[in-house]
Structure formats: structure tokens, C-alpha cells
Ligand binder design. Structure first.
Ligand code: PA5
Length: 350
């Protein structure tokens, strides 16, 4: 029998290492993280382009920065998850190497290629080889605190980068926008913690809805990267396969499959945002009507005014939802044994 989410004993039993305390701390981490940018100088003025290199939990910060910059910054932000870098990277590109551990081979390899091209460099890591490289070569280094699973260090990977890009002319709204995000996250966080019963806790309610089904998460416009974050949090925390996608794109392909009959037990969450294009809102309504014939559907609306608050409010809801799903399934939400074993095997391989 699965544990009851309102039973306080379910948490120390299901989450012995205490991932819940890190998720609970997210609003405070967002408040605190800007100080990691203090004293860092990025020379050279506004870059022509920004390339963020990262994998997994460390790449998500890049996705969010890309979404935040999309309609504001005078430069494009591109995220690369892999070993190579695009041909256009050069001296006027700011390359951000984001790796929580500082040991991720794809990121280290791509970063080396970017340095060979003469790109401007910024390092975001807790240490490892990447930290050693920053120290050796004198690159500006956002020093992320150690001891977190990478996916639980999102505030530290993201916020200092937002601060520094703002300083380079990204027009992300400065301190005011970050303060609003913290206020929104604190209010929402109180609703989502284990002490709040199912009846008033949207994350617990969603987890119960998703249990035993394949979660499918769709974002709309700017919430697309958050949908992907939800998916990867379901995969790593709850150890369930999940799908994600984004509107309007999925209305040009995936709706066909939904209309055709999806034989599995799916459950769908749409991540909605008041900033979405009105035609996207229309598409969301049409899509919902198609999908509802096949699967239970829920909508989660972003909270807050600024885009940072809106995106992070959905991130926090997804983090808690994946956490509760892990507890329901009896999966240790902190452990990622297969990822670690995979990393070891790759290090041993020639
Ligand atoms: O969540 C995780 O542990 C992974 O997705 C890692 O973030 C990923 O393997 C990359 O490692 P790092 O974040 O240390 O660069």
C-alpha cells in the first residue's frame, strides 16, 4: 500500500537523505543566490551571443535563461547539451560552462573547444575539473555551494547568471524582479510543503492524479523549458518515464497521436502562463478538448507578475509534484544510482 502523503512518517521513511529540505529551501536559495555574483567582473561589454554549455540538471539553468532573455536581451542565448559547439562561436561570444560537479565530460569537452575559439568564458560550478580550469586560467567563476544533487541546485546555477547577464545589458529587470520571484515562491512554497494536507496542496493532489500513469507535460511558449524540467524531475526523482512538449509546436504533430487513441494510461498537465500568445491560448483549449477524451488533464498556472516569478513558480510546483510521486512510488527521490553508475562506466571506457 502506498504511503499517505499527509502522514508525517512517510517522509523520513521515503526520503531518508532529506531531499525535501532542499526543495523546501528553494525560495530562500533564490533569495540568497544573487550574492554568488558579487565581485565578479565580466569584461568586454554586451556580447554578440551567449552560449550555455551543460547537461541534465546543470543545463536547465541555461534553458530558463534562454526563455528569460528571448524577448528582452539584445543577444541570442543558445543552450548546447553535448560535446561540440556551433560554428558561429567566436571572440564575441560569451560561453557559460555550467556543471554542478565540474566533472561532466560533454561540458568540459565543449568548453575546451570554445576556449580554443577565443570565446569569452564564464564558469558555473561547485568545483571539480571545471573549477580547477577557472582557477588555472583566471576565468570568472560563479562558485556554487557543494553538497546538493545538481537538480536541486537550480537557484544557484540560475540566479547569479541572471544577475551577470542583466549587468551585460540583458534587460531582465534587476533586483525588483528577483524580489518579486522570491515573494511569490515563499507564498507558493508554504502551500506545497509536506505539512500542508492534500486538500490544500496542489503538488500532492497532482502527484496522486499522476500515480500509476505516464505523466505528459506540455508548456506554452515560455513555459516549454519548465515542462522539460518537470519531465526530468519525474525521471530522476520519481524514477518514472515522462513525456514533455510545447505549444504551439505540439499542435502540429502530437495532437494527431492524441486524437488517434493513446493506448497507455497517460495523465496530462498543461503549464499555462498569462504571457502566452492569445492564439497559443486558443490552441491550448482545442488541444485540451482532444486530449481529455484519452486522459485526465490538469492545468497549472504560473503565478506572479515577472517572467522569472512565473517560470520559477511552475518549477517549484513540478519539483514538489515529482517529489510526492517518488514518495508514493517508494522511490528514494535523492538517489540516482543508475546515472552514477553510467558516469563511472563512461569514465572507465576509453
Ligand atoms: O541531475 C543530475 O544529477 C544530472 O542530470 C546531472 O546534472 C548531469 O549528469 C550533469 O552533471 P553536472 O550537473 O554535475 O554537470
Amino acid at each position: 500500500m502506498s504511503p499517505h502523503l499527509d502522514d508525517p512518517a512517510a517522509y523520513p521513511a521515503g526520503d531518508p537523505r532529506g531531499l525535501r529540505e532542499l526543495v523546501r529551501g528553494f525560495p530562500g536559495q533564490v533569495a540568497d543566490a544573487a550574492r554568488l555574483a558579487e565581485g565578479l567582473r565580466l569584461d568586454g561589454g554586451t556580447p554578440r551571443s551567449v552560449l550555455v554549455l551543460g547537461m541534465g540538471g546543470s543545463a536547465v539553468a541555461g534553458d530558463l535563461v534562454q526563455a528569460l532573455c528571448a524577448e528582452r536581451a539584445p543577444f541570442p542565448v543558445v543552450v548546447v547539451r553535448g560535446y561540440g559547439i556551433p560554428a558561429w562561436v567566436g571572440r564575441d561570444t560569451l560561453v557559460v560552462a555550467s556543471s554542478y560537479s565540474g566533472q561532466t565530460e560533454e561540458t568540459l569537452t565543449a568548453f575546451e573547444a570554445a576556449r580554443r575559439r577565443g570565446a569569452r568564458a564564464l564558469v558555473v560550478t561547485s568545483g571539480g575539473e571545471l573549477g580547477a580550469c577557472a582557477r588555472r586560467e583566471g576565468h570568472p567563476w560563479i562558485r556554487v555551494p557543494a553538497g546538493f544533487p545538481p537538480r536541486a541546485a537550480l537557484a544557484f546555477l540560475l540566479i547569479p547568471l541572471v544577475v551577470l547577464l542583466d549587468g551585460l545589458g540583458a534587460a531582465l529587470g534587476g533586483e525588483q524582479v528577483r524580489e518579486e520571484a522570491v515573494a511569490v515562491l515563499r507564498a507558493l512554497g508554504a502551500e506545497l510543503v509536506p505539512e500542508t494536507p492534500v486538500a490544500g496542496n496542489p503538488a500532492k493532489a497532482l502527484a496522486l492524479e499522476l500515480a500509476g500513469r505516464v505523466p505528459v507535460v506540455y508548456g506554452t511558449d515560455a513555459t516549454g523549458p519548465v515542462a522539460y524540467r518537470w519531465r526530468t524531475q519525474f525521471e530522476e526523482n520519481a524514477k518514472v518515464l515522462a513525456l514533455s512538449g510545447v505549444l504551439p509546436e505540439m499542435t502540429h504533430n502530437a495532437v494527431e497521436a492524441w486524437g488517434g487513441g493513446a493506448g497507455t494510461a497517460w495523465a496530462v498537465v498543461f503549464l499555462r502562463d498569462r504571457g502566452e500568445h492569445p492564439r497559443v491560448a486558443r490552441r491550448a483549449a482545442l488541444t485540451r478538448a482532444i486530449v481529455e477524451a484519452r486522459a485526465p488533464v490538469r492545468e497549472a498556472w504560473a503565478r506572479g507578475e515577472g517572467l522569472l516569478a512565473r517560470l520559477l513558480s511552475l518549477v517549484l510546483l513540478g519539483d514538489w509534484t515529482s517529489y510526492y510521486l517518488a514518495v508514493l512510488r517508494g522511490a528514494d527521490p535523492w538517489a540516482v544510482e543508475i546515472l552514477e553508475e553510467f558516469r563511472r562506466r563512461m569514465m572507465a571506457a576509453p
